[in-house]
Write a protein that binds this ligand. Structure first.
Ligand SMILES: Cc1cc2nc3c(=O)[nH]c(=O)nc-3n(C[C@H](O)[C@H](O)[C@H](O)COP(=O)(O)O)c2cc1C
Length: 181
């Protein structure tokens, strides 16, 4: 009997702590769409990380170590994060700052998703940050997938064929990138 291939493990990280976050909703929907061959885990604990302080790096605070371990054990990471005042959110910057001095993102396949075509500053800045951390940004999996409106649900997102197609393209691109490794 053939041994089934291990699922691709993707860690999905939202840079918004808002309960009704569109970025989190996009990642949740991606997890729902993922086939059995891809395991998408949404990381929900960025709000537990203390503010970055280099004096506290040794040993890493437990919530930071948890985040780092999740990144290290993932085959790929997807980040979807909003733009605040033409910059990345403090939430995602704080989380990434904790890991700059570590190997967590080195050569890690990373996809950057953007739910707003207007959020060009934060998207470019996020790309620069993870590039500086030696991540392997997968361009084919890094898409702007617009989501607009209040009170959107996963059912609303799934009802949009273009959004579903884009999310499936993200998953396919990450799987292809993994197969090339
Ligand atoms: C404090 C604050 C600043 C914002 N600044 C910008 C901005 O500079 N550019 C932009 O396109 N959107 C900006 N927005 C809009 C957010 O990017 C938008 O509401 C997004 O949906 C928030 O992401 P979330 O739904 O995942 O929480 C801002 C929102 C807030 C709360």
């Amino acid at each position: 009997m053939p041994i089934p291939a291990k699922p691709l493990r993707i860690l999905a990280v939202s840079g918004s702590l808002r309960a009704a976050s569109l970025n989190t909703l996009l990642l949740q929907t991606l997890a729902t769409l993922a086939p059995a061959s891809i395991d998408v885990q949404l990381y929900r604990h960025l709000g537990d990380l203390p503010l970055f302080n280099p004096d506290l790096e040794k040993p890493l605070p437990e919530p930071v170590a948890d985040f780092k371990n999740h990144i290290l054990s993932a085959d790929a990471v997807i980040i979807a994060s909003p733009e605040y005042a033409h910059g990345v959110t403090g939430v995602i910057k704080n989380a990434l700052d904790w890991l700059v001095g570590t190997e967590a993102f080195v050569n890690k396949p990373v996809a950057l998703l953007n739910v707003s075509g207007r959020a060009v500053h934060a998207y470019a800045a996020l790309r620069e940050i993870v590039t500086m951390m030696f991540a392997n940004i997968i361009d084919a999996a890094s898409l702007t997938i617009p989501l607009y409106g209040n009170g959107l649900t996963e059912a609303d997102v799934l009802a949009n064929p273009q959004t579903v197609q884009d999310l499936q393209a993200v998953l396919v691109a990450l799987q292809q990138a993994q197969n090339l490794e």
